[in-house]
Design a protein around this ligand. Structure first.
Ligand code: GFB
Length: 311
């Protein structure tokens, strides 16, 4: 395959699939500083689960670069209780967009996976080579299997048709524009909403799911968008590439930091009837570091900005 990096976005038509989501909206913000035309399609315009609608959109708009930021996503409870939606919607979205990108000669495509594609007991920090080396975490296996299929689709199209499709694996993301629904969101938006309510209503405790002892790495959405654009320009390999902040905290430490940001002085009440999920999930970012990229936003700063947006 000829040398395909650096890839320039200048003058290109760039489709952000999933532009209303956490990463998609951050990508749109980030791409405004590139000399490119940003294409977006609302859910009413194009149901990405429909091959016919995706092909029609691609034929009409002819994007040259595509970010696959569209996905059915949610926190530990949503993943665990809505397995059919998490596997079906994600398989359909990625299959339709990747096949159409090949059919309509897209020059470059970035598919977004997640750090939960890795085995539950993967070595930490998790190297890209840990993919498919062990059993998945059961609470998000449906989502993970769909995302692994998306990675494999991209690799297959690269091998058979020479498509310049790459896959980026971000760690747990958070930021402005996230879903703050208490049952179905990820931990950061859920805790921001709970702490804010407890602060306003002056309640004595805030409920935190699980033991609080498990570790997570969090990446601010605008850092993620910057890293994803960087990968589009500078990375062109079959192998997946991790994207993280290296900032790892226990859920207890995270809750305490959110309490500090909100100004809440009450106690934490851990609900151990709720699942902990995977014990630890921090990605090895040496591949991105070698290319010259690292995250910029500290967890506390990112939480402050997210809380400001929420309020
Ligand atoms: O963010 P989260 O839902 O996703 O939960 P995962 C992270 C940790 O925070 C778990 C705890 O140990 C939760 O039990 N937690 C504490 C809470 N309080 C809360 C709360 O109020 N809400 C939530 N949601 N969690 C997801 C996967 O796993 O990671 C997804 O299910 C996705 O597929 C995402 O890949 C990145 O980190 O456990």
């Amino acid at each position: 395959m000829p040398d395909k990096v650096p890839y320039s976005l200048a003058g290109k038509r760039v489709w952000v699939a999933g532009h209303r989501g956490l990463v998609g909206s951050a990508l749109v913000r980030r791409l405004k500083s590139e000399d490119c035309t940003i294409l977006t399609a609302s859910r009413q315009q194009v149901d990405l689960r429909s091959a016919e609608q995706v092909n029609f959109w691609m034929r009409e708009t002819r994007p040259q670069a595509v970010f696959v930021a569209a996905a059915r996503v949610g926190g530990i409870h949503a993943n665990d209780t809505r397995p059919a939606e998490f596997i079906y919607d994600n398989l359909m979205i990625e299959a339709n967009v990747i096949e159409a990108a090949h059919r309509y000669n897209v020059e470059k495509l970035v598919f977004l996976g997640s750090s939960c594609v890795y085995p539950r007991m993967a070595p930490q920090p998790i190297p890209e080579s840990a993919l498919l080396s062990g059993e998945l975490e059961s609470t998000n296996q449906w989502y993970a299997v769909a995302k692994i299929a998306g990675i494999k689709l991209g690799q297959a199209y690269r091998r058979q048709y020479g498509c310049d499709f790459i896959s980026v694996m971000p760690s747990n993301l958070y930021g402005p524009g996230d879903n703050f629904d208490l049952m179905h969101s990820h931990v950061i938006p859920a805790l921001i909403a709970k702490f804010h309510r407890a602060y306003v209503q002056e309640t004595e405790t805030v409920e935190v799911w699980g033991s609080g002892k498990v570790l997570r790495e969090f990446l601010y959405a605008d850092d993620a968008a910057d890293g994803i654009v960087f990968a589009m320009k500078n990375y062109s390999e079959e192998e997946i590439i991790n994207l993280g902040s290296g900032q790892e905290v226990t859920i207890r430490e995270l809750a305490e930091t959110i309490g500090k940001v909100v100004g809440y002085r009450g106690r934490l009440a851990f609900d151990t009837s709720k699942p902990d999920g995977t014990p630890r999930k921090v990605v090895d970012v040496s591949r991105m570091a070698k290319l010259g990229w690292r995250a910029q936003t500290s967890l506390e700063d990112g939480l402050r900005q997210t809380y400001r947006w929420y309020v």
